[in-house]
Write a protein that binds this ligand. Structure first.
Ligand SMILES: CC(C)(COP(=O)(O)OP(=O)(O)OC[C@H]1O[C@@H](n2cnc3c(N)ncnc32)[C@H](O)[C@@H]1OP(=O)(O)O)[C@@H](O)C(=O)NCCC(=O)NCCS
Length: 149
């Protein structure tokens, strides 16, 4: 498996993965626009086949933010999500010391997944999603630069 930068030719496949993963889709144009805006956009690939993706950026100047992460449902629990999130975190921690994300309160699988990375709960945002569901805001703080001493 490799994790590499998204390419425009991945768009259809990424959209397919998003569609099978979320009830509400961003839509293919939003992916294209986010990519053109220069967000962090990585895919996990196995034998030239895209298995999952992660999108991330810096919000409000210096706050890292995971926009979206998803893995093809037929390939979950095989470590692809971990590889993608680890890479995104590694890149964001080069430029910021805190990463936030929102997750549906009912998405207990994803919350477990984030807890494995030591994300902590920041707050609940009532009715954050269009469906009226609450969001759980999670954050991860960098342990800071590694001292050479
Ligand atoms: C969340 C998601 C990206 C995880 O991807 P993945 O490739 O399955 O994750 P990994 O295989 O790296 O999982 C690592 C660990 O996280 C935890 N975990 C992952 N999915 C879990 C689930 N559904 N339930 C409980 N724990 C889970 C487990 O501890 C797992 O280790 P294990 O398989 O050895 O028990 C994937 O489930 C997904 O695409 N979900 C739908 C989209 C989504 O909800 N995205 C997040 C929105 S905020």
């Amino acid at each position: 498996m490799i994790v590499r930068k998204f390419r425009p030719t991945d768009l259809k496949r990424v959209y397919e993965i998003e569609n099978m993963s979320f009830d509400q889709s961003y839509g293919i144009q939003i992916f294209q626009q986010l990519y053109e805006m220069g967000i962090g956009f990585l895919v996990a690939e196995e034998n030239d086949y895209v298995i999952g993706y992660v999108m991330f950026w810096l919000k409000y100047e210096n706050q890292g933010h995971i926009i979206s992460i998803a893995v093809d449902k037929d390939y979950r629990r095989n470590g692809y999500g971990t590889q993608l999130l680890a890479k995104a975190i590694g890149i964001l921690f080069l430029i910021t010391d805190t990463i936030y994300l929102e997750v549906r309160a009912s998405n207990t699988g994803a919350i477990e997944f984030y807890k494995r990375f030591h994300f902590k709960q920041d707050r609940i945002v009532p009715g954050y999603y269009e469906s009226g569901e609450d969001a759980v805001v999670l954050y991860l703080k960098s342990k800071g630069p590694i001292s050479s001493n």
